[in-house]
Design a protein around this ligand. Sequence first.
Ligand SMILES: N[C@@H](CC(=O)c1ccccc1NC=O)C(=O)O
Length: 314
Amino acid sequence: MDGLGGGPKCGAPWKRMSKEELENQYSPSRWVVRLGAEEALRTYSQIGNEATKRAQATGRNLLDVPYGDGEGEKLDIYFPEAVSEALPFLVFFHGGYWQSGSKDSSAFMVSPLTAQGVAVVIVAYDIAPKGTLDQMVDQVTQSIVFVQKQYPGNQGIYLCGHSAGAHLAAMMLLANWTKRGVRPNLKGFFLVSGIYDLEPVMHTSENAPLLTTLEDAQRNSPQWRLKTSPTQPVDPACHILVTVGQHDSPEFHRQSREFYQTLRRGGWKASFEELHDVDHFETLWNLTQKDYVLTQGDAGSSPGLGRSHMPRSN
Ligand SMILES: N[C@@H](CC(=O)c1ccccc1NC=O)C(=O)O
């Protein structure tokens, strides 16, 4: 049999897939409908680069701010024009299967959000093979601690991540803040086309620099961790929006839906949205636009990143 173990009655559907099918399911660019796979990846970098250049050229910002001692532990902060002590902060973690991507080409949502008075932080972390998953999770935790310490008067910290970056953001639901000596003012999570169970990834070509044991995968899987030992939401008001693109692969849909269900069962305030007619990358491209439903400033009915979706403190 060319499946990956387990009979037809054995749990997760990915276990019944051939190696080729699993590879396909976990290759987001192959599911893009309007472009070829390579063109989609090229366009993704191009739009990210352009948005970042624009963000750096137009607004007030602090670039390459160290949040730790490591060479790669840097973040960029983009401020709104209006100076204020009490800003909401949107902290973004880029994707790229924990082995590609950079903060220097990931400032997608900066322009529409800073225009609405939100400060945006784009975080770099040590991708594989330099960094291990445990290290990346640790670095991301450290970056949030840094933002909270640097801006203790913040109006809320909202975490956003795309794909592998959504995984890193989701891992923050399990972070031990007591150990870090600070409780970040986390008010919301916006997870875009994420991976929450890493076990299937172990059986794809993406795994080469990543996971060696099943234990690594489980320890770094928010889905597995929250399902096996549910943790109480620290702030019951903290909202988690799990989104997946309509054209993402069935495995990406399953991962998002099941993670959302696990969150709800665990008592978290979560919602799930399949984003209409977008693929794995187009959601981020749309986030560069101020009139997209998830970034717009006027009161929309769906939750998202725009200021109208953030609870106000006054
Ligand atoms: N090799 C992947 C690349 C990929 O998945 C990706 C690329 C850029 C940003 C996010 C991605 N996916 C997850 O982190 C693909 O086939 O699409």
